[in-house]
Design a protein around this ligand. Structure first.
Ligand code: PSU
Ligand code: MN
Length: 303
């Protein structure tokens, strides 16, 4: 079969003339944020990419067709669909969603697979998946994808609802460099800092681009994680975040929530417990990461 693949005209044009492009994921629209915040945030991320002079390409599966650069109408439609009617697509789900003609929202892993198919090098999200707390065998497929797909992902580290030290270990095993964007330590998603190390501090998009080029020159097949802290005015202090996360994770376990449902449950419960402060932080970091990814894509197009 030929793969059902739709690439929007702006993205096609940018691909053809080597202009900067940033991939954006769709799971945060369907499973990460409530309506209508999800639509507003997805559109604000696209706008932030454009402000950096790059073309945004939000990726999803629409009735079985891989779509690179979904329209604003598609974003609105996905955002309104009940989460259980859209498949959360990690690598393992892509073939199923395509063959069964389903709607699919791509996770970090799913988006990396598709971006790489189209030779899009840079991708922005909020926080990558990782190793779940108290469940060391629940390792997000995002981490294995980083080991085998050469895409650079700008995020605010891994979501702090996870076990961050174990997540770092798995990234190391997979050969994934972690670049701290204007930070010396790993950011903790909702809060700016942890006491955990990164591999290299970078202070500019140019430095990120030159590391990406060196990685390509090595023929490396792994991804690169650029970790940018949440903007200071929206950051949660660590204690507030930790208290809410511990409570939400405990509730998830008690309720027997498992697998791909854990992350969406914990994100929304933490938002309730912090009276929306965690969601404000999430939105701010998503938009900030989109802007940084745009700058990195632009620098990459210049080297
Ligand atoms: N970043 C956010 N919100 C999200 C996600 C990232 O700010 O909802 C999504 C990404 O799509 C990521 C997924 O791949 O959460 C991780 O899910 P899991 O832990 O089930 O692998
Ligand atoms: Mn998981």
């Amino acid at each position: 079969m030929t793969l059902p693949l739709t690439i929007n005209e702006d993205v096609k044009a940018a691909l053809n003339c080597g202009k900067p492009i940033v991939a954006l994921e769709s799971t945060l629209i369907t499973h990460g944020l409530p309506y209508p915040t999800n639509v507003e945030t997805a559109l604000a991320m696209e706008a932030a990419v454009r402000e950096s002079a790059a073309a945004p390409a939000t990726i999803a599966i629409l009735k079985g067709a891989i779509t690179i650069g979904i329209t604003a109408e598609d974003i609105e439609a996905l955002a309104r669909m009940p989460a259980d009617s859209v498949r959360k697509c990690s690598r393992r789900d892509l073939a199923i969603a395509i063959a069964m003609g389903q709607y699919g929202a791509t996770t970090v892993a799913g988006t990396m697979v598709v971006a790489n198919m189209a030779r899009i090098k840079v991708f922005a999200t909020g926080g990558i998946g990782g190793v779940h707390r108290g469940q060391p065998h629940d390792v997000s497929a995002d981490l294995t994808e980083f080991g085998r797909t050469p895409v650079t992902v700008v995020s605010s580290g891994a979501k702090s609802i996870l076990d961050l030290p174990l997540t770092l270990e798995v990234l190391e095993t997979n050969g994934v460099p972690i670049l701290g964007y204007q930070t010396d330590v790993l950011p903790a998603f909702y809060s700016a800092q942890t006491d955990l190390p990164i591999d290299q501090r970078i202070d500019s998009a140019t430095e990120a681009a030159s590391i990406i080029r060196a990685s390509e020159a090595l023929g490396a097949q792994n991804g690169i994680l650029v970790a940018a802290p949440v903007p200071a005015d929206k950051a949660l202090d660590r204690e507030t975040a930790e208290t809410a996360i511990a409570k939400a994770t405990g509730e998830a376990q008690a309720a027997g929530i498992a697998g791909k449902d854990i992350t969406p449950f914990v994100l929304s419960r933490v938002s309730e417990l912090t009276k929306g402060a965690s969601m404000a932080a999430n939105i701010a970091l998503l938009i900030n990461n989109a802007r940084i990814a745009g700058q990195i894509a632009l620098e990459l197009s210049r080297i």
